[in-house]
Design a protein around this ligand. Structure first.
Ligand code: NDP
Length: 249
């Protein structure tokens, strides 16, 4: 079966870099028209713009901080004006940091909550009026929410929160024909370590790749594959689920 998203309109938050970028490109390559938002822009946005241009289609990139209700309102309003409807919403924008609970400042707890969890709430709430039967919401969680991770209680709490939100929304929106699922990546190589010294890179790669049954880290494209599936009509009986894309940790 061919995954066909032609005629579908998608919104991806945090689409400029890493996993969000791969999701944006994956949806576009399968025929969807994509609106991707980001916070800071820069080179990442320029190069994504060029790649989307090569794929073709009426895609749009726009700055919007998912923690700011007014910005989210503008973002979804732009989707309404350009697309008229949304078939796919991917809550991908996320931030993280590491700190043992004893040293975690309240402001940092709040920043991570605001982006990862409240951001998904705001975007979903504002996007819903544009969504109808057959639409699909995909929340990007983390395998760490289930396994736990030291010095990351704030981060994993947000990702576990997304799972609860997803299960409740699946029940609430199921009668309207809207599906809601989580994709929970394991350790994904987003290229962020490229700036680290080679010996550090090798050590990180060995440690994190060794966690997975496949003996390596995943790529952003491998996460995007699960999102494309959930966005498509191949997954019409899947809702409230969490798909671990973790190489079998
Ligand atoms: P990156 O840091 O590479 O990219 C994050 C993206 O989110 C960027 O486009 C960034 O935009 C955007 N963003 C951050 N904050 C906001 C905000 N307030 N409003 C709008 N956009 C925002 O992250 P990853 O690709 O690594 O992660 C993507 C998702 O996958 C996250 O939810 C993360 O928790 C999850 N994940 C990642 C894993 C990994 O191994 N990488 C593992 C498990 C889960 P800008 O550049 O402009 O700031």
């Amino acid at each position: 079966m061919v995954v066909e998203l032609t005629g579908k309109y998608a919104l991806v938050t945090g689409g400029s870099r890493g996993i969000g970028r791969a999701i944006t490109l994956g949806l576009a390559r399968h025929g969807a028209t994509v609106m991707a938002c980001y916070r800071n822009g820069g080179e990442a946005v320029d190069s994504l713009d060029k790649e989307l241009e090569q794929i073709g289609g009426d895609h749009r990139l726009m700055p919007a901080d998912v923690t700011a209700p007014d910005a989210v309102e503008e973002l979804t309003e732009e989707c309404r004006e350009r697309f008229g409807a949304l078939d796919v919403v991917v809550n991908n924008a996320g931030v993280t940091s590491r700190a043992p609970i004893a040293q975690l400042p309240l402001a940092e707890w709040q920043r991570v909550m605001d982006t990862n969890l409240t951001g998904a709430f705001l975007v979903t709430q504002k996007a819903l009026p544009l969504m109808g039967p057959g639409a699909s919401i995909v929340n990007i969680g983390s395998r760490a929410a289930r396994a736990g991770m030291p010095a990351s209680g704030h981060y994993t709490a947000t990702k576990a929160g997304l799972v609860g939100l997803t299960r409740s929304l699946a029940k609430e929106l199921g009668p309207r024909g809207i599906r809601v699922n989580v994709v929970a990546p394991g350790v994904i190589d987003t290229g962020e370590e490229q700036n680290a010294p080679p010996e550090a890179r090798t050590a990180i790669a060995a440690r994190t790749g060794g966690l997975s049954a496949l003996g390596r880290r995943g790529s952003p494209d491998e996460v995007a594959g699960a999102v494309v599936f959930l966005a498509s009509d191949l997954s019409t009986y899947l809702t409230g689920a969490t798909i671990d894309v973790d190489g079998g940790i």
